[in-house]
Design a protein around this ligand. Structure first.
Ligand code: FES
Length: 83
């Protein structure tokens, strides 16, 4: 459908800032992936760089704006990270 995980969170008015609108510039769409999913895309260099600047990252950290949703991600569980 062309939606990102960030778009879905915003559509449901979840407390995700996503200040840059998905341009991979702000990292305020930081979230933790709680469920195992091999269907997630690999992190890109920009995503890795932004996440490395945060104090709240862990191995499950992702930027929601960098994850384009697919049907294979059905059931994915996340937690919105504190900013
Ligand atoms: S919305 Fe800004 S980096 Fe994702």
């Amino acid at each position: 459908m062309g939606l990102s995980l960030k778009d879905l969170c915003k559509a449901y008015e979840l407390p995700m800032e996503a200040m840059c609108g998905g341009m991979a510039m702000c990292a305020t769409c930081h979230c933790y992936i709680l469920s195992e999913s091999s269907s997630l895309p690999e992190k890109g260099d920009i995503e890795e760089a932004l996440l490395s600047e945060l104090f709240t990252t862990n191995s499950s950290s992702r930027l929601a704006c960098q994850i384009q949703l697919t049907g294979a991600m059905d059931g994915l569980s996340i937690e919105i990270a504190p900013n």
